[in-house]
Design a protein around this ligand. Structure first.
Ligand code: RB5
Length: 150
C-alpha cells in the first residue's frame, strides 16, 4: 500500500505542509488528517486520529508532527501495534526502521529544519525492517499488547 497518513498540531503545521508536498512528489497517496490551518489545537486529538488510522491499517504508515514531537510520542504509543519513533537525525530514522519496524515517524516542527526533515522522511520511507533477532524483540511487545503481561 502506497498510502501515508499525516497529521500535526499547530506547532507542527508548517512542517506538515512541507512533508505533504514531499510525499506527493515521491508518489505517495497522502491522507492528511489535519489540522487545516495553524490555529491552536490540542495535539492528542490529531495524534489519536493518526494512530488509529495506522493501527486499523487504513494506511501503510503515518507521520505526525507537533512542536517538539514529545506530545505526539506520548499519545501514539498508547495504541497496541503502534511503534512511533521520534527522529531528529537521519541515523535514528534509519535504525528505527531496521531494528524497530517503526510504523509512525514523529518529528518536532520546532526542532528540525525542513531540509533535515526531508532527509529523515526519505530515509524512514526507504529503509526496510531487518527482521531476525529484532522480530523476536518486537514479538515480546506484541505479546504484552495482547495479554498486558510481560
Ligand atoms: C504546543 O505549544 C506544544 O506544546 C506541542 O506542539 C508539543 O510540542 C507538545 O508536546
Amino acid at each position: 500500500m502506497n498510502k501515508i497518513a499525516i497529521a500535526s498540531d499547530h506547532g507542527g503545521y508548517d512542517l506538515k505542509k512541507a512533508v505533504k508536498i514531499m510525499l506527493k512528489e515521491l508518489g505517495y497517496e497522502v491522507n492528511d488528517l489535519g489540522p487545516k490551518n495553524n490555529g491552536s489545537v490540542d495535539y492528542p486529538d490529531y495524534g489519536i486520529s493518526l494512530a488509529r488510522a495506522v493501527a486499523e491499517k487504513t494506511v501503510a504508515r503515518g507521520i505526525v508532527i507537533c512542536g517538539t514531537g514529545i506530545g505526539m510520542s506520548i499519545v501514539v504509543n498508547r495504541f497496541p501495534g503502534i511503534r512511533g519513533t521520534l527522529c531528529s537525525d537521519v541515523y535514528t530514522a534509519k535504525l528505527c526502521r531496521e531494528h524497530n519496524d517503526s510504523n509512525i515517524l514523529i518529528m518536532g516542527g520546532r526542532v528540525v529544519g525542513h531540509g533535515l526533515a526531508h532527509e529523515i522522511v526519505k530515509t524512514w520511507l526507504d529503509t526496510p525492517f531487518e527482521g531476525g533477532r529484532h522480530q523476536k524483540r518486537l514479538d515480546k511487545i506484541t505479546r504484552f499488547d495482547a495479554t498486558n503481561k510481560f
